[in-house]
Design a protein. Structure first.
Length: 110
């Protein structure tokens, strides 16, 4: 799906995958983003954003793919059933802790 976000002034591409994220999916989205940037993006537009939604993402695939270094490609997993309020809170805490750990690692490398 292709959308244009007037506030961000960029195209936003969505790819919905019914299975696990693969490096082929990432490469395909990277190609779509480059095509839209080349053929549709205007001189005043910001770079195109690509978002892949999948049921499962392997951290190795994300870490060693173009997703790791590209700030315009994203992959996120989705659920077919909405989580309970407690599950949602727990997931937010896990994500917060993970981001904090990543921040600490990056800070210690500098």
């Amino acid at each position: 799906m292709v959308f244009y976000n007037y506030l961000l002034k960029c195209f936003v591409l969505f790819d919905l995958k019914s299975g696990e994220l693969t490096h082929q999916d990432i490469g395909q989205m990277d190609m779509y983003v480059r095509i839209v940037d080349d053929l549709k993006r205007g001189p005043d537009d910001n770079p195109t954003v690509g978002i892949i939604l999948c049921t499962h993402k392997d951290t190795s695939v994300v870490r060693y793919s173009v997703l790791h270094e590209n700030e315009h490609l994203f992959a996120s997993k989705y659920k077919l059933v909405l989580p309970s309020e407690d599950e949602l809170r727990a997931e937010l805490e896990r994500e917060r802790a993970s981001l904090e750990e990543q921040r600490k690692r990056l800070t210690s490398q500098i």
